[in-house]
Write a protein that binds this ligand. Structure first.
Ligand code: GDP
Length: 194
């Protein structure tokens, strides 16, 4: 399946250094939301994406390859408080510009902690990306930390917010329980087939 063949391609530190060729799906999320764990779980690989013990130090863009010129872009986690504000602002600006203008980008996977989805910065990222008209898949991770009622509420809170907007889909995910893998594969696989 799609993510099983994922391999590391390159790391870039500047938007100008992004590859010109290929099409890509970006994974974005607040620092500590569980993005690296989700990528590793999807790839069924323990250390493909680096799960940082010092979040915010990983201020670079990692490219992974699905094959056939299809890429996964692991964007730097945003919002980490211990990073100086000027650095945070700089990266938020770069992320916004990337989401707004990157022609190779075909869809955004937005990783959010299911206990607190749609933080202010998640909304800032969506404000940059939604006008492109490209699809967004919201992955509410760490769902193993929620009971059934809380899971329903988390899904509903995001769905209600974007009611009627077919550009946005939502699912629950758990890296520790490996739940939700097939759903992500279907959505992202579908984007590459369009
Ligand atoms: P990132 O900064 O978004 O890449 O987040 P990480 O993948 O490094 O995860 C941040 C923290 O959340 C780590 O301590 C992970 O072990 C934990 N975590 C990530 N995903 C899950 C999950 O699905 N369930 C639980 N219980 N913990 C998780």
């Amino acid at each position: 399946s799609l993510f099983q063949g994922l391999t590391f391609l390159t790391t870039v530190n500047d938007l100008k250094a992004l590859p010109n060729e290929g099409i890509e799906v970006a994974f974005a999320g607040r620092s500590n939301a569980g993005k690296s764990s989700a990528i590793n779980t999807l790839a069924n690989h323990t250390r493909l994406a680096f799960v940082s013990k010092t979040p915010g130090r990983t201020q670079h863009i990692n490219y992974f390859d699905f094959g056939q010129s299809r890429r996964l872009v692991d964007l730097p986690g945003y919002g980490y408080a211990a990073v100086p504000e000027a650095v945070r602002k700089h990266w938020q600006g770069l992320l916004g510009k990337y989401l707004e203008t990157r022609p190779n980008l075909i869809g955004l996977v937005l990783i959010m902690d299911s206990r607190r989805p749609l933080t202010d910065l998640d909304r800032v990222m969506l404000d940059f990306f939604l006008p492109t008209g490209k699809p967004v898949h919201c992955v509410l991770t760490k769902s193993d930390k929620l009971n059934n009622q809380e899971k329903v509420q988390a899904l509903r809170s995001v769905k209600d917010e974007f009611k009627g907007n077919p550009q946005i889909t939502v699912q629950l995910f758990s890296s520790s329980k490996k739940q939700g893998v097939t759903e992500v594969e279907q959505v992202v696989g579908g984007w590459f087939e369009e």
